[in-house]
Write a protein that binds this ligand. Structure first.
Ligand SMILES: Nc1nc2c(c(=O)[nH]1)N(C=O)[C@@H](CNc1ccc(C(=O)N[C@@H](CCC(=O)O)C(=O)O)cc1)CN2
Ligand SMILES: Nc1ncnc2c1ncn2[C@@H]1O[C@H](COP(=O)(O)OP(=O)(O)OP(=O)(O)O)[C@@H](O)[C@H]1O
Length: 199
């Protein structure tokens, strides 16, 4: 995809808004399905960080339920008040514990585990507006995840996007943390290959 990060964000947001409800619902079902046939050992007590999909984002709580259904300990992000800082984390148990939060997000009301909690995650599913096969991930532009996942360097990082948001190339900055995998509803888990000229 060409253009500045903000141009690509605007284009993706417009496409997401226009995506028919039945297609979103099918994609959410497919993404939940991939949680039970992933390339990872998602078994009892393994820690997985994910997110609560909101608005036009790909996925739904079915994705989280598919994880907790396997006994996985699911963490989801908590945005602290104030300017962007590393994300806090809380355990996701079931949808009933979610409350409305900043930016139209839904967050668990339970204990805050602190920014370091994500370091225990074996897999981190990251929300994204687009992702490149080289591992470049484009987020919403506040830098929350880039500030947070340096502490999760042992984890498999998986950007979750719609099929048409997995592209060959995206604009990148030095602070962008590359992802290892991209998950799409139609294509499942795709391993990223850093561009040949990356170090
Ligand atoms: N579901 C979900 N949870 C998530 C993220 C996400 O992308 N999706 N995040 C991924 O990072 C973090 C929150 N990041 C956000 C980054 C920017 C804006 C945003 O829209 N900012 C606008 C102001 C919008 C408003 O005031 O309502 C802005 O800063 O201009 C919202 C959330 C943590 N939790
Ligand atoms: N590790 C970091 N430390 C401090 N500032 C950072 C860090 N990572 C990103 N930023 C800042 O955050 C802002 C947004 O960065 P960028 O456009 O890459 O966000 P993004 O990856 O789309 O968002 P997100 O990570 O929340 O999904 C930029 O001003 C950038 O300088």
């Amino acid at each position: 995809m060409t253009g500045t990060k903000d141009e690509v964000r605007a284009a993706v947001r417009a496409t997401r808004r226009a995506r028919p409800a039945d297609e979103r619902a099918r994609a959410a079902q497919d993404l939940a399905g991939w949680m039970t046939c992933s390339p990872f050992r998602l078994e009892y007590d393994v820690v997985v960080a994910a997110y609560v999909p909101t608005g036009t984002e790909p996925g739904s709580r079915a994705m989280l339920e598919a994880l907790t259904g396997q006994g996985v300990r699911v963490l989801v992000p908590i945005v602290a008040p104030g300017p962007p800082a590393p994300l806090d984390w809380a355990r996701y148990d079931d949808a009933d514990t979610l409350t409305s939060a900043r930016f139209g997000l839904h967050e668990p009301g339970g204990d805050r585990l602190g920014p370091d909690a994500v370091a225990k995650a074996a897999v981190v599913f990251l929300p994204a507006l687009a992702a490149a096969r080289t591992g470049v991930r484009l987020g919403r532009g506040a830098g929350y995840y880039d500030r947070s996942i340096a502490t999760a360097s042992a984890a498999e990082l998986v950007a979750v996007v719609y099929d048409d948001e997995l592209v060959d190339d995206l604009p990148a900055d030095p602070h962008d943390v590359p992802v290892d995998w991209v998950l799409t509803p139609g294509g499942g888990f795709v391993r990223c290959e850093p561009a040949a000229d990356d170090n």
